[in-house]
Structure formats: structure tokens, C-alpha cells
Design a protein around this ligand. Structure first.
Ligand code: HEC
Ligand code: HEC
Ligand code: HEC
Ligand code: HEC
Ligand code: HEC
Ligand code: HEC
Ligand code: HEC
Ligand code: HEC
Ligand code: HEC
Ligand code: HEC
Length: 329
């Protein structure tokens, strides 16, 4: 099957994009590919290849003459990018060279390098990503530029694998693992006693985050933290007759979204949680002083003992009861 694959003569907008991305340097360079080249030298060579547009006449067949023994390379054909029946697939156009750039003399004496992807590539993330973006510049990646990942030079290929039947980051059962291979703090948090069911893979990071960027601070799926939480915890959304200001403002003033050692994913336990803001309010203030050496121990105190703020003020997220002003009913 593979040997009958022929490169189509449709040269899509891709080439134009690629030319723009890689510039038009024509400087010749006689480096051998097995020599250690600096990233600059690699880029210069790639620029030259793009300028000359030296695509192979055989497309994938040319590449597979040497690369077909690699199982990893061949697994491309199990995924969408190797789909030969799709008119949008790289296989309908420049085939392997749609991503790896023109062959040039990669297969001969000149031994020019190809565009390589992922963390070991000597090409900048931006240049690698421009290849992917030449086909994937759509609504879903509208805010990629200047997203946290773009700014930190994370490449598309450090999350995505394309030479595979199943890209692990697109699978709900393995997504969290890929994300937390870099985000070790989130990994530690999600295994804490009280947490979202991330560790059971019943929820994924992308339930709350858009890894391709968004208009919110932490690349959340919604413009604000609260809107993100309401997408599942709709019952916490107001308006309520009596609102508790921090709840309508920001859920994470009390909760750790990735997990916590305290029940209810709270940042800290009541009464300390409440006293961050209420230490000098009315009875709470007295109770607090009791704890600071006026003869009373926090655990003995009617107001501060254990979870006692919540024993009385149990409608902590707001109340619809006519006399619920103090969040007691
Ligand atoms: C004449 C044999 C031959 C042909 C034809 C060939 N390659 Fe290669 N390619 C190699 C060898 C050898 C290496 C180096 C392997 C290594 O370093 O482990 C290589 C390396 C690569 C790499 C890895 C580069 C890197 O820096 O990690 C890519 C990507 C690649 N080839 C793509 C292609 C594509 C796409 C084509 C077709 C346009 C192609 N090759 C055609 C022999 C060939
Ligand atoms: C020549 C065009 C082209 C290029 C270049 C390209 N893709 Fe794609 N990609 C496609 C097509 C076509 C699909 C099929 C889905 C669709 O119709 O959008 C696809 C689908 C995907 C998907 C979804 C896969 C799935 O199984 O649903 C991911 C992820 C992806 N591409 C990542 C990448 C990455 C990363 C790169 C760069 C290394 C890249 N693509 C380069 C054309 C391209
Ligand atoms: C931080 C990890 C990460 C990076 C970096 C990343 N992606 Fe994704 N991508 C994901 C996850 C997770 C999904 C599935 C969930 C979703 O769609 O939000 C996905 C889905 C996709 C899809 C299929 C669904 C869709 O949105 O169309 C495509 C195509 C895609 N990514 C392309 C890219 C391209 C192109 C880049 C580089 C510009 C890139 N991704 C960078 C994690 C990432
Ligand atoms: C959609 C873009 C895309 C297409 C099309 C594509 N590749 Fe790749 N290739 C990649 C990415 C991204 C990687 C990095 C590893 C990965 O993501 O799976 C890679 C890795 C490689 C490597 C290095 C493998 C290794 O062992 O590290 C070789 C060699 C290679 N590709 C050859 C080919 C050949 C030959 C074809 C055509 C049959 C091809 N590629 C088509 C994007 C592509
Ligand atoms: C290859 C490593 C890598 C992978 C994989 C990765 N990230 Fe990141 N991520 C980073 C880097 C680097 C930054 C920027 C530095 C930082 O803020 O930690 C970042 C930033 C972020 C931020 C913004 C942090 C802030 O400061 O507000 C979020 C949210 C995020 N990543 C979520 C994800 C999600 C969700 C996934 C999986 C879909 C993922 N990341 C996969 C490396 C990675
Ligand atoms: C329930 C929603 C939710 C889920 C699921 C989630 N996050 Fe977050 N994440 C948030 C919110 C909200 C923030 C902002 C926190 C803040 O501003 O204090 C955030 C912040 C971050 C940050 C910025 C640094 C930090 O810790 O504040 C990173 C990185 C991050 N998340 C990565 C991840 C990763 C990786 C996963 C999957 C293991 C994940 N998140 C799952 C809601 C979520
Ligand atoms: C994708 C859906 C989803 C989103 C978005 C979401 N949650 Fe959750 N949340 C859940 C699920 C599922 C549970 C577990 C319910 C259970 O175990 O009964 C949960 C449980 C909780 C709990 C109770 C934990 C416990 O131990 O009792 C808190 C607190 C919480 N979420 C806060 C938040 C906050 C804050 C946000 C926004 C940053 C948020 N959630 C966003 C789905 C979501
Ligand atoms: C002022 C602090 C505070 C803020 C702000 C806050 N919560 Fe809570 N939340 C709590 C406390 C305290 C508990 C534990 C209640 C208990 O144990 O009776 C809790 C429990 C929860 C629970 C699990 C029990 C239940 O009531 O369903 C969820 C879910 C939850 N909060 C979601 C949210 C969401 C969503 C937001 C933002 C809209 C938010 N919280 C804002 C203090 C807060
Ligand atoms: C992030 C700061 C913050 C935290 C934490 C916080 N609150 Fe509040 N709380 C406020 C603000 C602001 C108001 C509104 C005060 C006002 O309107 O005068 C308020 C109002 C109240 C009211 C109603 C008072 C009135 O006069 O209407 C009660 C009762 C209350 N909080 C109890 C608690 C309890 C119990 C906790 C701990 C579970 C807690 N709060 C945690 C900021 C906070
Ligand atoms: C035994 C029940 C009870 C406990 C426990 C309790 N409260 Fe109250 N709280 C009340 C009552 C009743 C009022 C209204 C009367 C008053 O002001 O004393 C009130 C009023 C408030 C008010 C309104 C402003 C004010 O000071 O009058 C705030 C804020 C408040 N409590 C916070 C807290 C915090 C924080 C805790 C835990 C440290 C706490 N409460 C523990 C019963 C309780």
C-alpha cells in the first residue's frame, strides 16, 4: 500500500506559510548531517531548503525507503495525519514533508537535517509550532499566541504525539499523566486527601483549563474562576437573597482547586479560614482574642472550637432564607 503512495501536485498554502516562517536565507552550508550542528546552523540549512523548495518527487515513499523499519514512524499511518483517504490530511499534500520540511539532500551526500519536533529538537518551539499552526490556526487555538504555554516555549509536540494511533494527551485516561509530567505541584495536589476526582481520571485538567490558552489568567476554560466552577457546580451560582461576598467574587479564596489536605478542598480549616477576613468582627474578634492568650483555648471556645463557625453559619455559600442574612439558615 505504502509503496503506491504518490505525492500530489497540489502545493497548498502551506509552502507559502512555511516560507514566511523560515525566511528566505539562501546561504549555502556544506555541513554533514552527522556532525554536531548548532541550532543556528540547522536553522540556516532549513531556511535554504525551504527557499529552494527541494521536495522529493516521491513523497512518503522516498522517506520510507529508509525510515520504514522504525515502528514509531510507521505508526503515523494509524492516526489522522497518516490517513490517506482524507483530503485535508498531510497525506493528500506534501505528505511527510508537510511537517518535516523539504527533503533537500537529507537522503544524499549533503545530509541536511529535517525539521524535528519535541523537546530534543534543536529548533525553537515557535518554529516547530508554526508548522502545526499552518493547518491548525482555527477557533480552538485562537488564543494560543501569548498563552502561558506559548510564552514558556512549550511546543505542540511536547504535549501531542502524532506518530501514534492514540495520542495520550487526547485520551481522558492519560491526559492528566501527560500534564503532570511537567506540573508536579498539581500532581501532588491532586493526590491529596480532598480533591477533585482527577486521580481516578474521572476528571481531567482540560475540564477547567484550555491548554491552548484562553482569555483568563490561568488559561481557564471560562473568562473567570467562578464561571469555570459554575460550569459544574451550578447550584453555587447566585443571585441569592443573602450573598457571602467572597463566594461571588472568587471560589479559590477558600478552596484549593487541585486538592487539599483539609476537608472540602479548603485552603485551611475553619475557624482560621474565616478569621483571615473576620478576625476583628464582633463576636468572632472576641473569640479570636481568647485564642491569643486571654485564658481560653481555641478548642474550648464556643465560637472558634473545631468547625464551629460553620455549625452556626452553615449557609456559607449564601442564603435564600428571608432571615438568612447571617448565613445561619
Ligand atoms: C537515505 C536514507 C534516508 C532517507 C531517504 C530519509 N531519511 Fe530521514 N534520516 C535518515 C537517517 C540515517 C537519519 C538519522 C537517524 C538518527 O540520527 O538516528 C534520519 C533522520 C531523520 C529525522 C530525525 C531528525 C532529527 O534531528 O532527529 C527525521 C524527522 C527524518 N529523518 C525525516 C525524513 C523524511 C521526512 C524523509 C523523506 C522526505 C526522510 N527522512 C528521508 C535517513 C534517511
Ligand atoms: C498538512 C496539514 C496538517 C499539519 C501540518 C498538521 N496537522 Fe494536525 N491534523 C490535520 C488534519 C487534517 C487533522 C484531522 C482533523 C481535522 O480534520 O481537523 C488533524 C488532527 C490533529 C489532531 C487531533 C487528532 C485526533 O486524533 O483527533 C491533533 C492533536 C493534531 N492534528 C496535532 C498536530 C500537531 C501537533 C502538528 C504539528 C507537529 C500537526 N497537527 C500538523 C492536519 C495537519
Ligand atoms: C499543554 C499541552 C498542549 C499543548 C502545548 C498543545 N495541545 Fe493541543 N490539545 C491538548 C489537549 C489536552 C487536547 C484535548 C482537549 C482540548 O481540546 O482542549 C488538545 C486538543 C488538540 C486538537 C484536537 C481538538 C481541537 O482542539 O481541535 C488539536 C488539533 C490540537 N490540540 C492541536 C494543537 C496544536 C497545533 C498545538 C500547538 C500550537 C497544540 N495543540 C498544543 C493539549 C495541548
Ligand atoms: C503531522 C506532522 C507529521 C507528519 C505528517 C509526519 N511526521 Fe514525523 N514526526 C512528527 C512529530 C511531531 C514527531 C515527534 C514524535 C511524535 O510526535 O510522535 C515526528 C518524528 C519523526 C521522526 C523521529 C522519530 C523518532 O524515532 O524520534 C522521524 C524519523 C519521522 N518523524 C519521519 C516521518 C516520516 C517518514 C513521515 C511520513 C511517512 C512523517 N514523519 C510524517 C510530525 C510529523
Ligand atoms: C512539557 C511540559 C508541559 C506540559 C506537558 C504541560 N505544561 Fe502547562 N506549563 C508548562 C510551562 C513551562 C508553563 C509556564 C510556567 C508555569 O507557569 O508553570 C506552563 C503553564 C501552565 C498553566 C498556566 C500557569 C499559570 O501561571 O497560570 C496552566 C494552567 C497549565 N500549564 C496547564 C497545563 C495543562 C492542563 C496541561 C495538560 C493538558 C499542561 N499544562 C501540560 C509546561 C507544561
Ligand atoms: C476544578 C478545576 C481545575 C482543574 C480540574 C485543574 N485546575 Fe489548574 N487551576 C484551576 C484554577 C481555578 C486555577 C487558578 C488558581 C488561582 O488563581 O489561585 C488553576 C491554576 C493552575 C496552575 C497555575 C499555578 C497554580 O497552581 O495556581 C497550573 C500550572 C495548573 N492549574 C495546572 C493544572 C493541571 C496540570 C491540572 C490537571 C492535573 C489542573 N490544573 C486541573 C482549576 C483547575
Ligand atoms: C468538570 C466539572 C467540575 C468543575 C469545572 C469543577 N468541579 Fe468541583 N467537583 C466536581 C466533581 C465531580 C466533584 C466530586 C463530587 C463528589 O465527589 O461527590 C467536585 C467536588 C468539589 C468540592 C467538594 C470536595 C469535597 O471533598 O467534598 C469542592 C469544594 C469543589 N468541587 C470546588 C470546585 C471549585 C472551587 C471549582 C472551580 C475552580 C470547581 N469545583 C470546578 C466537578 C467539577
Ligand atoms: C468563604 C469561603 C468559601 C468560599 C469563597 C467558597 N466556599 Fe465552597 N465551601 C466552603 C466551606 C467552609 C465548605 C465546607 C462546608 C461544610 O463542610 O459544611 C465548602 C464546601 C463546598 C463544596 C462541597 C459541599 C457543598 O456545599 O456542595 C462545594 C462543591 C463548594 N464548596 C463549591 C464552591 C464554589 C463553586 C465556590 C465559588 C462559587 C465556593 N465553594 C466558594 C467555603 C467557601
Ligand atoms: C476572603 C475573605 C472572607 C472569608 C475567608 C470569609 N468571609 Fe465571611 N464575609 C466576608 C465579607 C467581605 C463579608 C461581607 C461583610 C459586610 O458586608 O460587611 C462577609 C460576610 C459574612 C457574614 C455575614 C455578616 C453580615 O454582617 O452580613 C457571615 C456570617 C460570615 N461572613 C461568615 C463567615 C464564615 C463562617 C467564614 C468561614 C467559613 C467566612 N465568613 C469566611 C469575607 C470573608
Ligand atoms: C454559637 C453560634 C455561632 C458561632 C459558633 C459563630 N457565630 Fe458568628 N454569629 C452568631 C450570631 C447569633 C450572630 C449575630 C449576633 C451577634 O452579632 O453576636 C453572629 C454574627 C456573625 C457575624 C456578623 C458580624 C458581627 O460580628 O456581628 C460574623 C461576620 C460572624 N458571626 C462570623 C463568625 C465566625 C468567623 C465564626 C467562627 C470564628 C463565628 N461567627 C462563629 C452565631 C455564631
Amino acid at each position: 500500500m505504502m509503496t503506491t503512495m504518490k505525492i500530489s501536485r497540489i502545493f497548498p498554502a502551506l509552502i507559502a506559510t512555511a516560507l514566511l516562517c523560515f525566511g528566505l536565507t539562501t546561504q549555502a552550508h556544506a555541513a554533514k548531517w552527522d556532525e554536531k550542528m548548532s541550532p543556528d546552523e540547522v536553522e540556516t540549512l532549513l531556511d535554504k531548503k525551504f527557499a529552494e523548495g527541494k521536495y522529493s518527487s516521491q513523497g512518503a515513499d522516498s522517506c520510507l525507503a529508509c525510515h520504514r523499519r522504525s515502528e514509531k514512524v510507521m505508526d503515523l499511518f494509524k492516526g489522522v495525519h497518516g490517513a490517506i483517504e482524507s483530503s485535508k490530511s498531510p497525506m493528500a499534500g506534501l505528505q511527510c514533508e508537510a511537517c518535516h520540511g523539504p527533503q533537500g539532500t537529507h537522503n544524499r551526500g549533503g545530509r541536511e537535517p529535517m525539521i524535528a519536533f519535541g523537546p530534543d529538537s534543536s529548533l525553537s518551539a515557535e518554529k516547530q509550532n508554526s508548522v502545526c499552526m499552518s493547518c491548525h490556526q482555527d477557533d480552538n487555538r485562537m488564543t494560543w499566541n501569548n498563552s502561558h504555554h506559548d510564552n514558556a516555549d512549550v511546543s505542540c509536540a511536547s504535549c501531542h504525539s502524532v506518530h501514534t494511533a492514540n495520542d495520550p494527551i487526547l485520551d481522558k485516561k492519560t491526559e492528566n499523566e501527560v500534564c503532570t509530567s511537567c506540573h508536579t505541584k498539581a500532581k501532588a495536589d491532586m493526590h491529596k486527601r480532598s480533591s477533585h476526582p482527577l486521580k481516578w481520571d474521572q476528571m481531567t485538567c482540560s475540564d477547567c483549563h484550555n491548554p491552548h490558552g484562553s482569555l483568563s489568567d490561568s488559561d481557564l476554560i471560562k473568562p473567570t474562576i467562578n464561571e469555570t466552577c459554575y460550569s459544574c457546580h451550578a447550584e453555587k451560582r447566585g443571585p441569592k437573597l443573602w450573598e457571602h461576598a467572597p463566594v461571588t467574587e472568587n471560589c479559590v479564596s477558600c478552596h484549593s482547586p487541585h486538592g487539599s489536605v483539609h476537608d472540602g478542598m479548603l485552603k485551611t480549616r475553619a475557624p482560621q479560614l474565616c478569621q483571615q477576613c473576620h478576625a476583628s468582627d464582633g463576636h468572632a474578634s472576641n473569640a479570636y482574642l481568647g485564642n491569643t492568650g486571654m485564658g481560653s483555648n481555641v478548642n474550648d471556645n464556643a465560637f472558634t472550637g473545631g468547625r464551629s463557625c460553620l455549625n452556626c453559619h452553615n449557609q456559607i455559600h449564601g442564603s435564600n432564607h428571608p432571615s438568612g442574612k447571617l448565613l445561619q439558615r
